[in-house]
Design a protein around this ligand. Structure first.
Ligand SMILES: NC(=O)c1ccc[n+]([C@@H]2O[C@H](COP(=O)([O-])OP(=O)(O)OC[C@H]3O[C@@H](n4cnc5c(N)ncnc54)[C@H](OP(=O)(O)O)[C@@H]3O)[C@@H](O)[C@H]2O)c1
Length: 254
């Protein structure tokens, strides 16, 4: 069994922990976190610690902490020449401390507390400095997912921009839709079948081919009507920008 230590107790740490409970190749022998309360949820099944001096010897250390804390945290690790990987979509591998062998184990999914995710179809983007560590990460990844991909730091940054657009931005648009409905005492539930169909269409269509709506059709009167409704709204500029982007993409001019 490949021995791993999990560092962090947030969203990704919790989901990774659950995913590896059924892995036949790798398991967490310890969870390290600075948050004693959050550590408690791991302590029934695994050793835990909030002290760096008590960190166990393992084959790989998976650092699932906030992006901005990764570099300085790895400088503080009290050992050398072990494999230390982070889980970020945007942090370059080379910012990890030079004391240890570096790698990345980035699960390309949105992880939220109390949501169950199926790891078997989550792309795991892996990277490492040397071939044997890459092989190890490949083995670890393949034990929980069918989609393990070698992706370098430059490529991963590009993937992450697109991931933010299709997930974080789209989710924010859901919020705007719900906010506008709520202000008019209408239920967000009305939009849910539309949201699901928009996402499901991506199984069979390219995003460009799936586009519908007034901006695609160049229905200027409808667009004008929407802009009038949004006259006082903080979302008016966003509506204009997105409408322009759709019209530019589909070859018409506003
Ligand atoms: N959430 C996602 O959808 C997602 C998806 C893919 C990859 N990732 C990546 O996974 C990593 C973790 O993200 P997350 O969503 O799990 O974050 P999170 O839920 O906000 O948890 C962050 C964790 O980092 C710890 N932490 C923050 N600063 C620290 C420091 N200076 N020293 C030690 N621990 C520190 C926090 O401890 P406290 O509780 O004490 O603050 C907490 O355990 C990030 O690199 C993120 O980019 C996230």
């Amino acid at each position: 069994m490949i021995k791993m230590v999990l560092i962090g107790t947030g969203n990704v740490a919790n989901h990774l922990y659950k995913a590896f409970e059924t892995s036949k190749e790798a398991s967490f022998i310890q969870v390290f976190g600075r948050n004693k309360k959050a550590l408690k949820s791991f302590s029934k099944k695994t050793a835990t610690s909030d002290s760096l001096t008590k960190i166990k010897e393992a084959d790989v250390y998976i650092i699932a902490i906030s992006d901005d804390a990764i570099t300085s945290f790895t400088e503080k690790l009290p050992f050398k020449n072990r494999l230390v990987v982070h889980t970020s979509g945007t942090v370059a591998m080379n910012v990890l401390s030079d004391k240890n062998r570096k790698g990345v184990f980035y699960p390309l999914q949105t992880f939220t507390k109390n949501r169950v995710v199926d790891f078997s179809n989550i792309p795991l983007c892996i990277e490492s400095e040397n071939a044997s560590d890459l092989k190890l990460l490949q083995r670890i990844g393949a034990s929980i997912s069918e989609k393990v991909e070698e992706i370098n730091s430059e490529e991963r940054k590009k993937v992450h921009v697109s991931a933010v657009i299709v997930n974080n931005f789209v989710n924010h648009l859901y919020f705007i839709g719900s906010d506008l409905l709520e202000k008019n005492n209408l239920s967000f539930d009305l939009l849910k079948p539309l949201i699901f169909e928009t996402a499901l269409k991506m199984e069979s269509h390219q995003p460009k081919d799936a586009q519908t709506g007034p901006a695609k059709r160049n229905d200027l009167k409808t667009i004008e009507n929407h802009l009038n409704q949004l006259e006082e709204s903080p979302y008016k500029d966003l509506y204009i920008q997105l409408t322009k982007s759709i019209i530019d993409t589909h070859g018409e001019k506003l």
